[in-house]
Write a protein that binds this ligand. Structure first.
Ligand code: ADP
Ligand code: MG
Length: 251
């Protein structure tokens, strides 16, 4: 049985078909990239999986359980976590508090009277921060860190729920080349050491080919190809669409 199974998924926004007939299965441990130009439907696809949007057609199952009736927080409880295309942290809180809040939300201990607030889940928070190389930044205000570090913090927040499946929407968007390299090696290491299944969108092909075992190409809301990196590189439709894009960009 596949970990995540998506069948005939469709999303219609008041007459505009943003996703159409999307089928995809992910095996446990797989690192799968979704590529496609801006507006192809990548973020919509993630939103339909995590129930931030209610798809208009099709179904999504995780470990054989259908997700149709669930809310986003229930999806997290099942072991699916995600990061967003835009930075999604509390900029005024400290780095430590950002992860602590995520752990409190995950473990449902809003009112723990026995332990003072600052030390609640301290070991676990520090373990998450060390994992993303932010242990030394714990006391700093999150919003003043560099963009790359804020994205690392987001990763720690996503990992707080101990997911098996992690969805990353353009994890390196807006990063400098060096931040991109660092961030990708970090994501790769974490995914490997925790046996995470990874579904990510990314526009930088070097990044895609450095982590993905398999990839799918989304074009106008339809998956036009799925395969390993070599198969995708040689796929005539993919080449035509991407070469066409380059021609447009050059004009
Ligand atoms: P990508 O992430 O691949 O850039 P998106 O999933 O953000 O693409 O968007 C796919 C298409 O769906 C775009 O044409 C976008 O304008 C449209 N779209 C996305 N969200 C909405 C929405 N909430 N309402 C209407 N149209 C939307
Ligand atoms: Mg997007």
């Amino acid at each position: 049985m596949s970990l995540l199974s998506i069948k005939s998924l469709g999303m219609n926004f008041g007459g505009f078909q943003a996703l159409n007939g999307v089928n995809l299965s992910l095996d446990e441990g797989e690192k799968h990239a979704i590529i496609g130009p801006n507006g192809a439907g990548k973020t919509t696809f993630f939103n339909c999986i995590t129930r931030h949007l209610r798809p208009t057609e099709g179904k999504v199952s995780y470990r054989g359980k259908e997700l149709t009736a669930l809310k986003p927080y229930q999806i997290v409880k099942l072991g699916i976590a995600r990061s967003f295309q835009r930075i999604n942290i509390y900029p005024e809180l400290s780095v430590f508090e950002n992860v602590q809040v995520a752990l409190i939300a995950d473990r449902g201990q809003m009112f723990n009277m026995l332990r003072p607030g600052a030390s609640l889940f301290r070991e676990d928070v520090m373990r998450m921060l060390d994992l993303v190389h932010l242990g030394n930044e714990a006391g700093n205000t999150a919003g003043v860190m560099s963009y790359g570090k804020q994205k690392q913090l987001e990763l720690a927040v996503a990992l707080a729920s101990e997911p098996d499946l992690l969805l990353l929407d353009e994890p390196t968007a807006g990063m400098s080349p060096q931040e991109t390299i660092d961030s990708i090696s970090l994501i790769g290491q974490i995914a490997e050491s925790r046996n995470l299944t990874l579904l990510f969108t990314e526009h930088d092909m070097n990044v895609v080919f450095s982590i993905a075992d398999r990839l799918s190409v989304l074009h106008h809301g339809e998956l036009i190809a799925t395969g390993n990196p070599d198969e995708i590189r040689q796929d005539p439709d993919v080449r035509r669409i991407y070469l066409g894009e380059h021609a447009d960009n050059a004009a």
